[in-house]
Design a protein around this ligand. Structure first.
Ligand code: ADE
Length: 278
């Protein structure tokens, strides 16, 4: 669909409404996004099977509108990196009037207890490559005065509860199927930057600068910043595909191809079903 089509659809979805007046929160959809198609699992197919899916192309992204696991959602791919993520979530907020945003995908493990196959739910997100020092403190977003963006506590709790249910119900089977250890769920800080970290030196430098970082990826903190600026709740869940060291490229590629989608399906199905029941 062209920009004109997207404008029409955006109008149908609520369009740009600075006051967010009119729309009742319960009817506004949840925005769900991932960077790469494998990280979304079968979510779009599940949506197509459950509802009359509508796809709107806007800013070179396909936005899929419908109901999945009982919850009204807009599902899209952000692609890779902070700018792509910020642009996409901005469209979710302004053109599709989402009530809240959930980002799902894989990340490199940084925390000493975080292993491949574990799951990390963010309670805060930070851009590890943002450094306007000495004008502003390292990691701080200039003029906003924030370095650590909090995830929405209630949304992160719901996401973590869905992860814990997945581990309790299917963790052992999933570990046997994929040859990983039984997944553990961690909660803490996820860091984001426009780099794929793939060296022992690189991940050590991140650990030294940010000892409480659990996982590293390329989008989450950008999503969190935009959501913070517009007052939209957001949460991020990441499955650990690699440990950001010299083995990261191969580990990432095989985890993405074989495991990421199954984890995403399992977590989102439980999260969305609980959300639509509540
Ligand atoms: N996403 C998954 N693994 C990653 C890594 N090692 N660095 C950045 N983003 C990632």
């Amino acid at each position: 669909m062209s920009a004109a089509g997207a404008t029409g659809a955006a109008g149908a979805a609520g369009g740009i409404d600075p006051d967010r007046g009119g729309a009742s929160a319960s009817h506004r959809p949840l925005g769900i996004l991932a960077a790469l198609p494998q990280e979304l699992g079968d979510l779009i197919e599940a949506m197509r099977a459950e509802s009359s899916l509508r796809t709107i192309t806007h800013g070179q992204r396909d936005y899929h509108l419908g109901t999945v696991h009982g919850a009204p959602c807009v599902v899209t791919l952000a692609r890779v990196g902070k700018v792509a993520a910020a642009a996409t979530v901005s469209a979710l907020i302004h053109a599709f009037d989402v009530e809240a945003v959930v980002f799902t995908g894989v990340a490199g493990g940084v925390g000493s207890e975080v292993r491949i196959g574990d799951i990390v739910v963010a309670n805060a997100l930070l851009q590890h490559d943002l450094d306007a020092s000495p004008l502003f403190p390292r990691f701080e977003v200039p003029l906003l005065g924030v370095s650590r963006f909090a995830a929405d506590a209630a949304l992160a709790d719901q996401l973590a509860a869905a992860c814990e249910r997945f581990v309790a119900e299917a963790g052992a089977a999933s570990a046997a199927r994929f040859g990983t250890r039984e997944p553990r769920v961690h909660r803490g800080m996820i860091i984001s930057g426009d780099q794929f970290i793939a060296s022992a030196l690189g991940v050590e430098a991140l650990r030294a600068a940010l000892p409480d970082a659990l996982a590293v990826e390329m989008e989450g903190a950008a999503i969190a910043q935009v959501c913070h600026e517009y007052g939209v709740p957001c949460a991020v869940v990441r499955t650990i595909s690699d440990t950001a060291d010299d083995h990261a490229p191969e580990s990432f590629a095989s985890f993405l191809a074989e495991i990421a989608g199954a984890y995403s399906n399992a977590i989102l199905a439980r999260f969305l079903a609980a959300r639509s029941a509540g």
